[in-house]
Design a protein around this ligand. Structure first.
Ligand SMILES: [Zn+2]
Length: 518
C-alpha cells in the first residue's frame, strides 16, 4: 500500500467527494471476492463506483499560475539565451540540481534539472522540435512553482517526497534559434531515436537510459488547425500513449500512460470542454515516445494545439502548467491506477477540420460560369528579425464543397459575388503619399493593391497589398494562391479579404494583421 505523502500540516484540501480511499475500497473488494460461506447471507455485488478516482488540485494550480509565470517570457519565439538565465538562477537554490547534459550541434548547452527525492522517477523533455515551445514556457513556470514557499507547500512536498523529477527543457535550441522544427543538421529529431545521428538525440537517449524513469513526458506543439474529432473545436491539447509496436499492444507500461491520460483529460475538460483529443497511435519505429515506451517508461505525449484568441499560446501555457502539476500529483498518489484504459479509447482522435478563415457559399466566376464555392484559407507564419517575430502569408488551402469544415473565423458569403481585387491605376510616389491614401474608399471600389517603388519590406501593416516594380499579378482565387478579393452584394463591396484577413466595410472593422509587399 502506498503512502499518501501528505505533509503533516496538510494545508491542501482535496476535492473530498471524489477522493479515492484505497484502503476502505480494497477492504470491501476483498470481502466481495472472498470465497462464499454456505451459511453467509448473499453479498451484494460490489463494483467500484464510477467516481472513485483521484482528483488533483488542478483548480489551485490553474488559478495560481500567474504567481509563478516566468515573466521574462511573453511569447512563443523566445530563444535559448532567454531560458539559460532562468535555468542558471536555479543553481542558487539547494532544491535544484542543475547539470549540463551536453550541447547541441551548434554548441548551445542543453541542461537537465533534477529535483525531489522520491522513489518514482519522472523525466520531462520539451521542444525537440524547435518551433514547439509551449511546454518550455510552462517548464520555466514550474521551476518557479517548485522554487517558492507559500500555501502550496503541501503539494510541493507531496510531489517531491514521492517523485524525483528530471526536466530537459528545449532539447533543440538550434531549431528554436530560427524557429524551425528540425535540428541544425536538418534532421527531425523525433525520427532519430533509432539511429541517433544527432547529438541532441543521443543526449535524450543517454539520459533516459541512465535514469530509467517510470514516467516520461514528451512535450510538443501540434498544428493549430487540428480538431477534436470531427467537431468544430480545436484540439487545444492532444495526448498519446505511444504504441511500442505496430500491433499497438497494451502492456502495463503503456496501460499506465493511458490511465494517466484518462485522468488528465478529466482535468482539462473543466477548462477546455470538448477541446481535448488523441494523437494518432500509428507506431513510429524512429520516434522517441515509441522507443522510450518500449524501453519500459510510461510515456505520455502532450501536444499543445490551438485555441481561439490565444495566438501566442499563453493560456495554453497555463493549461500545460496545470496539467503537468496535476499529472505529477496524480503519479505521486498512484491515482492513475484507479482509471480504466477503456476511457482512453473514447477520447476523440485528432481531426483536421479547421481553417483559419472559412468563406462559405461565395459566388465565384470560373471559366465564365458562376458557381458557389467555399474557400478554406490558412494564415502561415513567416519569420523575420532573426525569427524573433513573424508576419502572415496566407494561402487558399482548399476550395469547393467544404460543408464538413469549420473556421476559427467564418464568413458566410451567401448571395455575394467574389471579385478578384484590382490594382489601383495611379503609382504611389512615396511612403508619405501611401500614408495619405483613403484605404477604405479604395477597398470599397474593389482596389486591393497599389503600386509603388522602393518599399523595402516583405510586408506592411497598411490594409492594402503593395506591388513593387511592374510585375503583372493575377488576383484570381485558386488553390494555393494568396487570397486577395472583395465580396460584393448588390454591386456594393461588403468585405475585402486581403492576405487572408477580413476588412468588414459596412461595420468598418479592419481585421487585417498585415498585407504583403510583392
Ligand atoms: Zn513535435
Amino acid at each position: 500500500m502506498y503512502q499518501l505523502g501528505l505533509s503533516p500540516d496538510k494545508p491542501i484540501q482535496f476535492n473530498c467527494m471524489l477522493y479515492f480511499k484505497p484502503l476502505s475500497w480494497l477492504f470491501i473488494w476483498a470481502l466481495a471476492s472472498a470465497p462464499t460461506q454456505p451459511t453467509a447471507p448473499a453479498l451484494q455485488e460490489v463494483t467500484a463506483p464510477e467516481e472513485v478516482t483521484f482528483v488533483p488540485n488542478h483548480k489551485l494550480f490553474h488559478d495560481a499560475h500567474t504567481r509563478y509565470k516566468a515573466s521574462s517570457i511573453t511569447h512563443r519565439r523566445f530563444k535559448h539565451r532567454d531560458i539559460v538565465p532562468l535555468i542558471e538562477k536555479l543553481q542558487g537554490n539547494p532544491l535544484f540540481e542543475v547539470k549540463k547534459l551536453g550541447a547541441s550541434a551548434q554548441g548551445r548547452d542543453i541542461f537537465i534539472v533534477k529535483l525531489g527525492t522520491g522513489k518514482t522517477k519522472v523525466l520531462l523533455w520539451s521542444q525537440m522540435h524547435g518551433d514547439e515551445p509551449t511546454a518550455t514556457m510552462a517548464t520555466m513556470d514550474l521551476f518557479n512553482f517548485f522554487g517558492q514557499q507559500d500555501n502550496m507547500d503541501g503539494v510541493r512536498k507531496e510531489i517531491l517526497s514521492n517523485l524525483t523529477l528530471y526536466f530537459i527543457p528545449m532539447l533543440n535550441p538550434d531549431g528554436a534559434e530560427i524557429y524551425d522544427r528540425r535540428t541544425s543538421a536538418g534532421v527531425d529529431m523525433n525520427r532519430d531515436a533509432r539511429s541517433l545521428q544527432t547529438p541532441e538525440a543521443r543526449l535524450l537517449k543517454a539520459a533516459r537510459d541512465e535514469i530509467k524513469p517510470h514516467f516520461g513526458f514528451n512535450l510538443h506543439d501540434q498544428n493549430t488547425r487540428y480538431t477534436a474529432g470531427r467537431s468544430a473545436k480545436p484540439a487545444t491539447i492532444s495526448f498519446l500513449a505511444p504504441a511500442y509496436n505496430h500491433e499497438k499492444d497494451v502492456n502495463e507500461v503503456r496501460g499506465n500512460a493511458m490511465k494517466l491520460i484518462v485522468s488528465l483529460n478529466r482535468v482539462l475538460q473543466e477548462y477546455i470542454p470538448g477541446q481535448v483529443a488523441k494523437y494518432s497511435d500509428t507506431h513510429e519505429p524512429r520516434g522517441f515516445g515509441d522507443n522510450i515506451q518500449k524501453a519500459g517508461t510510461s510515456v505520455v505525449l502532450v501536444e499543445s494545439g490551438g485555441m481561439k484568441g490565444d495566438p501566442e499560446k499563453q493560456y495554453i501555457r497555463q493549461l500545460n502548467f496545470t496539467l503537468l502539476l496535476s499529472a505529477l500529483q496524480t503519479i505521486a498518489h498512484k491515482g492513475y491506477e484507479a482509471e480504466k484504459t477503456d476511457a482512453y479509447y473514447s477520447i476523440p482522435e485528432n481531426g483536421r477540420f479547421l481553417f483559419d478563415l472559412l468563406v462559405k457559399n461565395a459566388q465565384v466566376q470560373k471559366a465564365g460560369q458562376w458557381c458557389s464555392l467555399d474557400i478554406g484559407i490558412n494564415r502561415g507564419e513567416v519569420s523575420f528579425r532573426d525569427a524573433t517575430d513573424f508576419y502572415y502569408r496566407s494561402s487558399v488551402e482548399d476550395l469547393g464543397d467544404l460543408g464538413d469544415y469549420y473556421g476559427y473565423e467564418e464568413l458566410d458569403a451567401k448571395g455575394m459575388q467574389l471579385i478578384p481585387g484590382k490594382v489601383y491605376p495611379t503609382v504611389i510616389p512615396n511612403a508619405a503619399a501611401l500614408k495619405k491614401l483613403d484605404f477604405k474608399s479604395l477597398l470599397k471600389q474593389g482596389y486591393t493593391s497599389v503600386r509603388m517603388s522602393g518599399y523595402d519590406q516583405a510586408f506592411t501593416y497598411f490594409p492594402i497589398r503593395i506591388l513593387t516594380g511592374q510585375t503583372k499579378r493575377s488576383n484570381n482565387v485558386g488553390f494555393g494562391t494568396n487570397p486577395d478579393f472583395v465580396l460584393q452584394q448588390n454591386g456594393q463591396t461588403r468585405y475585402a479579404v486581403i492576405n487572408g484577413f477580413v476588412y468588414d466595410l459596412v461595420n468598418e472593422k479592419n481585421g487585417i494583421k498585415n498585407s504583403l509587399v510583392e
